[in-house]
Design a protein around this ligand. Structure first.
Ligand code: ADP
Length: 163
């Protein structure tokens, strides 16, 4: 079984992430999506909610496994026998940091990092930007899977009501 992992915070998953996961799912037998836990950062969605949304929108691909992970990504890979990390590169600005991480991870356990160029349609897209625009009432429905968009709109409304 050829395995790869797509890591990230996915708070929430958007079309740019989905594009990378779908393309990886055509290249590998099994694609693991690792939702990385950052204890210092309070997200818009809980880790379980993020996992549920990713499972829902990747179900049709048929070979995607979604899990959370706390700690080093290379440990996630080692525990599951995953030799490759697949990442999307949005712009040159992503490159410096991603290259540094790729070298560090390779030095730690010889895991390889493969970069897929982001689809130009989504090259400006980040979860942070989507949440910000949506919280001011902007229409982001074309940037997210339908199920994710409706959960995001609900969550923003809940938060506003609680203020
Ligand atoms: P963000 O909060 O910036 O969306 P994540 O940590 O959730 O970032 O992203 C996880 C990974 O998904 C990134 O390291 C990158 O490989 C990929 N990714 C993020 N945004 C995009 C995008 N717009 N297009 C393609 N891949 C992306």
């Amino acid at each position: 079984m050829r395995r790869a992992v797509c890591p990230g915070s996915f708070d929430p998953i958007h079309n740019g992430h989905l594009d990378i996961i779908e393309r990886a799912s055509k290249l590998y037998d099994v694609v693991h999506v690792a939702v990385l836990v950052n204890r210092n950062k309070q997200g818009m969605f809980t880790i379980d909610e993020r996992i549920g949304l990713i499972e829902e929108v990747t179900a049709d691909f048929g070979n995607v496994v979604v899990e959370s992970h706390q700690g080093l990504l290379v440990d996630f890979c080692r525990e599951r026998g995953i030799p490759a990390i697949v990442k999307g590169l949005r712009a040159v600005s992503d490159f410096d940091y991603e290259l540094q991480m790729a070298h560090m991870n390779n030095g730690l356990t010889a895991v390889e990092t493969l970069f897929l160029p982001t689809s130009p349609t989504y090259s400006f897209l980040s979860s942070t930007l989507v949440k910000e625009v949506a919280s001011y009432g902007g229409d982001v429905s074309h940037l997210l899977p339908e199920a994710v968009h409706s959960r995001l709109v609900e969550r923003i409304a809940e938060r506003k009501a609680a203020q």
